[in-house]
Structure formats: C-alpha cells, structure tokens
Design a protein around this ligand. Structure first.
Ligand code: SAH
Length: 362
C-alpha cells in the first residue's frame, strides 16, 4: 500500500487530517516517510544544502561555535548539538575547524538529533574518523539530550517541521486541512468551518481578512526548550533557514522533488515538504522563554562578517584552476542575494546579559 492509499483510508475512517499530521506522515512515517528511507541531498537528490555546497560553511560555523564556547566561559565540557544533521557533513566540517579555538575540541561532547535511520547511518560513517574525546551520541529528539551547557546548531531543520495553516475569514479563523477528493482519487485541501481561535504568534493575530497564515507549533516548542537550556546552563544556539524576519501572512508550504517544485499533496512521501521559517515568531518565543534572540540577519551578511571571503581566498591559493572556480562558485551560491545570501536568515539565541556572538556585531 502506498502512503497516499494509507492516508486516504485513514481520512475515510477518521475524517480530514490536519496539515501538520499530513506533513508528519509524509516526512516521518516509519515505512514511507520521505526522510526515513533515503539520502535526499546533492545533485542526484532532491535538493542541496549549504554544507553540501562547500566546506567553508561548516568551518566558519565551527569557529563560531568555538568562540561561543569561549564566551560561555570555556566550560571543560559542553554539549555540541546538531538538530537534523542530514549527511553529517556540517558536523564533520565544524569539528575540522574546532581545534583552531584552543581547548574547544577537548571540551566537546557531540549530540546528533536525527529521526531518520538512513541518515543516522550516513552520519555515523561521516563522523567515524573524527577524533573526539567521547564518541558522538544520537538521539531522536532534543528532549533526550543531557541538560547542560550547550552549543546548538540547526541548519535547514526548522523548515522541515510540520506546520498548520489557518484562513482568516472576517473575524474568524478556518483551519485548512487535508481531505480526500470528492471522486476518491487523491488528496485535496479543504477549509473547515471556524471554531476556536487558534494559538497564533503575536505578529499574526491582527492580519487583515482573506489571508492564510502558518504556524509551526513544534518549532516554537523546540525553540522554547533551547532558550530554557541556554538560560539555565549557558551556551548559545544558531538557527539558519530560509524564511522571513517578521511574522507575515502568506502560504509557503512547498514540495520539492529532483530540484523541481510540485504539488505537496501528490505522492506523499516522495517529495521533500518544507515551509518558510517565521523567525519573528521564533524570536518572540526566545524572549518569552527568558533568553535573548540576536538577528535574524541574512546568511550573506553573516558569512561575510565571519570572514568567508578571506577563507575563500586562502583556499584558492592552494587550488588548481578547476578547484578555484568551484570555490568562487560556492562563495556566490552561499552569499549572493539571488542565491542563498538573502532568503536564508541566521538567528542566534544567547543568555540575557551576555555579549553579541561573532557575525552579528554591527
Ligand atoms: N542540516 C542538514 C540537513 C537538513 S534536511 C544540512 O544542512 O544538510 C533536514 C534534516 O532534519 C534531516 O536530517 C532530517 O532527517 C531531519 N529531521 C526532520 N525532521 C526531524 C525531527 N522532527 N527531528 C529530528 N530530525 C529531523
């Protein structure tokens, strides 16, 4: 039975399902979920992420993590947590740069938070030759990571978490849900009649009528947990994702397969589903949880401030002409306004009263 057939049967029995439920099934169904069975990254996959474009990305983030560890008072042991680590490339590149900050590499305990067994196996391979004082630990959720001082990195993680959509009709909110098409042949979106006022980020409560809004409850919950950990134990977190700085109305749920957009309801489990991250809502939750949000700023500004041009120059000096062109092209993809430089945003979470971390200074 395909996932579409399973969902059609389920909706037949229980009625329409929420979009968050649908996304959860499409991405994480144990047998058919998109992430559970495949390695989606790269030229032959469905999409490519910053760490897969160039080692420069992870190396600069590794330095960021090391300096953040120093700013947290150089604790002798610190959780180095990555949420949704994909192939493990980012963690490997960050660890490669870690020894540049004296004492940091020796303090690290690596925690990988990953739901997909396939990607976890790839991450284990990627990290198997990395010198660490303790072997990396894997967890299914952040809640399972030991409490304590932590540096937490999330690149293109929040965009994969399930969202809900609501349509504002006059003074009322209609939940948008997934139903079976009237002819039974596939899935469609429908609006439910308004009932309760949904729990929305403050920036979305007063939007005008006739618009769709999105909210990602699990991203807000995880942000709250991160903020609490940083406030109680020290450390810092870094979120990098595509999205908007302020909460705004609009529909951004999208499906990507073989680097092309497609209908999110067609062939569930076969395409990557994402939505734009509402950094305004996340920042609001950070402050509400007692921590401080810095940014978001654009990925281009952040990487330039961390010295990506200088790093590219240094790598180019040792490169042959083909490698030099690859480095220039990677630099463009990561920082150009038309590429990942502007749509992708970077936000840090730090303790109240601690200095602004690298990359965000004015
Ligand atoms: N950070 C990586 C991968 C981004 S893709 C990179 O930049 O290349 C999203 C990642 O999050 C995948 O590893 C996916 O399996 C994982 N993931 C998705 N939902 C998750 C969840 N609820 N908990 C933990 N990991 C999740």
């Amino acid at each position: 039975m395909s996932l579409e057939e399973i969902l059609i049967e389920r909706i037949g029995n229980n009625g329409p399902m929420s979009i968050a439920d649908f996304m959860e099934q499409a991405l994480s169904h144990p047998e058919h979920g998109y992430y559970m069975r495949r390695d989606p990254f790269g030229v032959n996959g469905d999409f490519i992420t910053a760490p897969e474009i160039s080692q420069m990305f992870g190396e600069l983030l590794g330095l960021w993590a090391g300096v953040s560890w120093m700013m947290a008072g150089s604790p002798s042991s610190i959780n180095f947590v990555e949420l949704g680590p994909g192939r493990g490339t980012l963690m490997a590149d960050m660890l490669h740069a870690a020894p540049l900050v004296e004492g940091f590499a020796e303090a690290i305990v690596v925690h990988m938070v990953e739901t997909s067994p396939v990607l976890r196996a790839i991450q284990e391979q990627t990290l198997k030759n990395t010198a660490l004082k303790e072997p990396p630990l894997w967890h299914k959720a952040l809640a399972d990571v030991t409490e304590g001082s932590s540096i937490i990195i999330a690149n293109e993680f929040f965009d994969a978490l399930p969202i809900e959509q609501y349509f504002k009709a006059g003074d009322y909110w209609c939940p948008r849900v997934v139903d079976v098409k009237p002819d039974g042949d596939g899935l469609c979106f429908v609006l439910l009649p308004p009932f309760d006022v949904p729990e929305l980020p403050p920036g979305l409560i007063d939007v005008e009528s006739d618009v769709m809004v999105e909210v990602c409850p699990s991203a807000l919950d995880i942000t709250e947990d991160i903020s609490r950990r940083v406030t109680e134990y020290g450390g810092a977190a870094l979120f990098i994702d595509y999205g908007h700085s302020q909460s705004a109305a609009g529909e951004t749920l999208q499906a990507l397969k073989n680097h092309k957009y497609q209908d999110p309801l067609v062939d569930p489990g076969e395409s990557d589903l994402t939505s734009h991250v509402d950094f305004g809502a996340l920042a609001q939750r950070v402050f509400a949880s007692g921590a401080r949000a810095i940014g978001p700023i654009t990925q281009g500004d952040f990487l330039y401030a961390l010295g990506i041009s200088e790093r590219a120059d240094a790598l180019t000096k040792k490169a042959n002409p083909k490698q030099a062109e690859d480095i220039r092209s990677a630099l463009r993809r990561l920082t150009d306004v038309e590429e990942m430089g502007e749509l992708y945003k970077v936000m840090a979470v730090i303790q109240q009263g601690t200095p602004v971390p690298p990359g965000f200074e004015q």
